[in-house]
Design a protein around this ligand. Structure first.
Ligand SMILES: Nc1nc2c(ncn2[C@@H]2O[C@H](COP(=O)(O)OP(=O)(O)OP(=O)(O)O)[C@@H](O)[C@H]2O)c(=O)[nH]1
Length: 743
């Protein structure tokens, strides 16, 4: 259950968070800020300290006491406070509580959830009821008086229904109609319950129940379940039905450190061992047997596949093997891989590879990884390091045992006796077989003939082939299988779920395809600096994830350090990746997966990264001055982001050749590859993704003529004001400052 946070408690009490923080400090309970979660004991103590005010006037008229108390903020609390005064409604509420049944349309989970929610809603009332039992009697006596002060006009009334139903909410007018009463009467009832409402005001569940309770009418909430939301359709398993399942392992590491060799070597030595004559087939994943247990390996090495899946919401990997060549040590992609695994909160086992090489230096690898938070067990840390040679096979057995060990500790479990759910590992269109997809069954049992929805495609599992190329009839948890029978080709990372019948599967699949079409690229609620403050205020954002790319290590570190120092109440900054060089597609994918903002310091996104950032709506901020970055982020976090101008890149030209002309300087013979270059635009000279110079155009020419602008696919000559170090292959980026309206 979620713990109450300080600000939530303060809201309940209708006091400032600061007040609560001070109280907690007086009680010697440590709190950092208003976001701190409160232990139950702390809540109890706080309740004690806020309570006496109410109980000081046991003899005062209830109404008066209530009048001078701060009005509780939520409607529910209003009702509870009123219930304190008005026992009649408490009693009746209780009745309703017993009668109310949440009716799920589809899916157990929702029913359970709604029941849970309900009991939460009424918990307060029950407490009130217990605490106030003594007062109830007194209130009962007062009740007729209150009634007489607001007499309900007698008129011929239609009979009350015994039960009413609603979905989500009802307006006063709708509720009145359902109860066969005049809206004015309902408004009056609400007024008596302490709620001022107008005829068109919409009432939440608890208000509807209270009003209906006044009439002794049963309330039933109909819960609509979106059947196109696959995740919502996945029901939870009883702990008792879960049994151990094989771990799913991904191998990551720097180029040429031996990922593929390791995957091949494990497969060759282990897969065939138990399965004589089996010919391995690359289906994107394979399973090996070690000490009577199985391990599943995803066959696509590298973090791109790993993170692409995560960006699509799929959590497939249980354990990451980080391969580091002992003769090469930690390299940029090693660090990227660490950050990807950390962002996904997946345990890492380090395989120190190429131990057979004379230049192997495992100590150096350990030393370097320690700097990145991976401290070997032998040095007092908790990261497993396994020295191996993927080439000779040495150490692989113990690496596999380590994987089993981590699996045992983490206790990966699944229920093999339910309909299967899982994720697409890879998929393609085969000329002969149609849509072919490798699925990783993550829970349940997938069978031939099962009606299935996979991402936005659907069908019936026609044939299933395992990693040994054998036809199988069923596949349990953590098993990869290749299936045919889908109407379309799904995408890697898509979720799949098995349905009871083909008709529903078809309906859901078709509806999903429709929705996807409609919402394609429409709106994605990625965090942007413009919306950051709003999201922080709504409590959606407690940590601002940042990916930092800079031209040199020094500035990356300096910037990271300064960013981490920014202190704004309610949120902090987390640098999830920090590297040198141009912003790449991999950075954007990581940003998508982690809902992060990308900051480029003196570097630019490459073409693929730019495209990915646009399509995924990732906020990429490019800067050249450290304090500007700090200022911008700080302002965004404080909700004061207010630049009236925004830079707009209007085009790019590639320098194809250079001419040196005395008195004029270097002329860049360029070709406009994208957009246009205008005479009055600002320019940046970019060399291999790094900004070399920023300034203005001195002259822009087509042949011998000065021109105002040069469009895409045209050649031109550019000279830059006060700058001559232009080289072939450089890119000239043109930008203008545009006034923008803040949302
Ligand atoms: N001596 C030795 N060579 C190895 C070992 N493991 C891999 N190699 C060699 O290192 C080179 C790169 O290995 P790969 O397995 O292709 O590396 P990779 O990490 O998959 O590389 P990419 O797919 O390019 O990222 C190959 O020439 C392998 O033969 C090892 O344990 N010992």
């Amino acid at each position: 259950m979620n713990k109450l946070r300080v600000y939530e408690y303060a809201k309940q009490q209708n006091v400032p968070s600061k007040d609560v923080i001070n109280k907690l400090k007086e009680m010697n309970i440590e709190v950092n800020n208003h976001m701190t979660a409160l232990e139950d004991s702390a809540v109890k103590k706080l309740n004690e300290s806020y309570k006496p005010k109410e109980e000081k006037k046991p003899n005062a008229g209830q109404k008066q006491a209530a009048d001078i108390q701060p009005k509780p903020s939520s409607t529910l609390e209003k009702y509870q406070a009123e219930a304190d005064e008005n026992t009649g409604s408490v009693k009746k509420t209780e009745k309703i509580q017993k009668k109310t049944v949440a009716k799920p349309v589809i899916g157990k989970k929702t029913a359970q959830e709604s029941q849970k929610k309900e009991s939460k809603v009424f918990k307060g009332n029950n407490n009130n009821n217990n605490n106030n039992r003594n007062r109830n009697n007194r209130n009962n006596k007062q009740r007729p008086q209150q009634r007489s002060s607001a007499p309900v006009p007698k008129r011929k009334e239609k009979e009350l229904p015994s039960k009413i139903t609603f979905t989500e909410s009802l307006t006063v007018a709708e509720l009145a109609k359902k109860l066969h009463r005049e809206p004015s009467e309902i408004i009056k009832k609400l007024f008596m319950l302490g709620v001022m409402a107008t005829i068109n005001q919409s009432l939440e569940k608890d208000a509807i129940e209270l009003v209906a309770g006044e009439y002794n009418v049963e309330v039933e909430e109909e819960i609509l379940v979106d059947i196109t939301d696959l995740e919502a359709l996945v029901t939870n398993d009883d702990e008792a039905n879960l049994i151990e399942r094989p771990s799913v392992v991904t191998i990551m590491g720097h180029v040429d450190h031996g990922k593929t060799t390791l995957l091949d070597s494990i497969r060759n030595t282990k897969v065939t061992e138990g399965e004589a004559g089996g010919i391995t087939q690359h289906i994107g994943a394979y399973q090996v047997a070690v000490n009577d247990k199985k391990i599943t390996f995803l066959d696509t090495p590298g973090h791109a596949a790993f993170t692409t899946m995560r960006a699509r919401g799929a959590k497939v990997t249980d354990i990451t093997i980080l391969v580091v060549a002992a003769d090469d040590g930690v390299m940029p992609q090693t660090i990227e891989a660490i950050n990807h695994a950390k962002a996904a909160e997946v345990p890492i086992i380090v395989a120190v590879n190429k131990m057979d090489k004379p230049a192997a230096n495992p100590d150096r690898v350990m030393q370097e990884l320690t700097e990145h938070g991976l401290v070997p067990e032998s040095w007092g840390g908790d990261t497993i390091f396994a020295p191996i040679s993927a080439k000779t096979g040495e150490g692989i057995d113990s690496l596999l045992e380590m994987i089993l060990l981590v699996g045992e500790v983490e206790e990966y479990k699944a229920n093999p006796n339910r309909k299967a759910v899982g994720t697409v590992i890879e998929a393609q269109l085969d000329k002969g077989r149609g849509s072919v997809a490798t699925l990783l069954v993550q829970n349940g049992n997938l069978k031939v003939g099962d009606p299935i929805v996979v991402g936005n495609s659907f069908g019936r599992v026609r044939a299933m082939v395992n990693d040994l190329g054998r036809r199988v009839k069923e596949a349990g948890p953590s098993t990869p299988v290749e299936i045919t029978g889908l109407n379309e080709v799904p995408q890697a990372g898509d979720r799949f779920i098995v349905f009871e019948d083909e008709k529903t599967a078809r309906q859901v699949g078709e509806a999903r395809a429709q929705i996807q079409l409609a919402s394609q690229r429409s709106e994605k609620s990625r965090v942007t600096l413009d919306t950051l403050f709003e999201q922080m205020q709504q409590g959606e954002m407690k940590e601002l994830n940042i990916i930092l790319k800079a031209d040199v290590q020094g500035s990356a570190e300096a910037l990271a350090a300064s960013l981490q120092k920014i202190e704004v109440e309610g949120a902090k900054i987390k640098i999830i990746h920090n590297g040198v060089g141009a912003i790449t597609e991999s950075d954007i994918i990581l940003a998508t997966a982690s809902n992060a903002i990308v900051i480029g310091f003196n570097v630019r996104p490459d073409v693929n990264a730019k495209r990915a950032a646009e399509s995924e709506n990732v906020d990429v901020r490019l800067h050249r001055i450290i304090y500007k970055v700090i200022e911008e982020i700080e302002a965004a976090m404080k909700g004061m982001l207010d630049p009236e101008f925004e830079e707009k890149i209007i085009g790019q030209a590639e320098v194809r050749t250079t001419f040196k002309v005395s008195k004029v300087g270097t002329i860049a013979g360029s070709y406009v590859t994208d957009g246009k270059i205008t005479r009055d635009s600002g320019i940046r000279l970019i060399r291999q993704g790094v900004v070399i110079f920023e300034g203005e155009i001195d002259a822009l020419k087509r042949f011998k003529d000065d021109v105002k602008e040069v469009a895409q696919n045209y050649e031109c000559g550019i000279t830059i004001k006060n700058f001559n170090d232009i080289k072939e292959g450089d890119v000239v980026e043109a930008f203008v400052m545009e006034e923008v309206e803040r949302k």
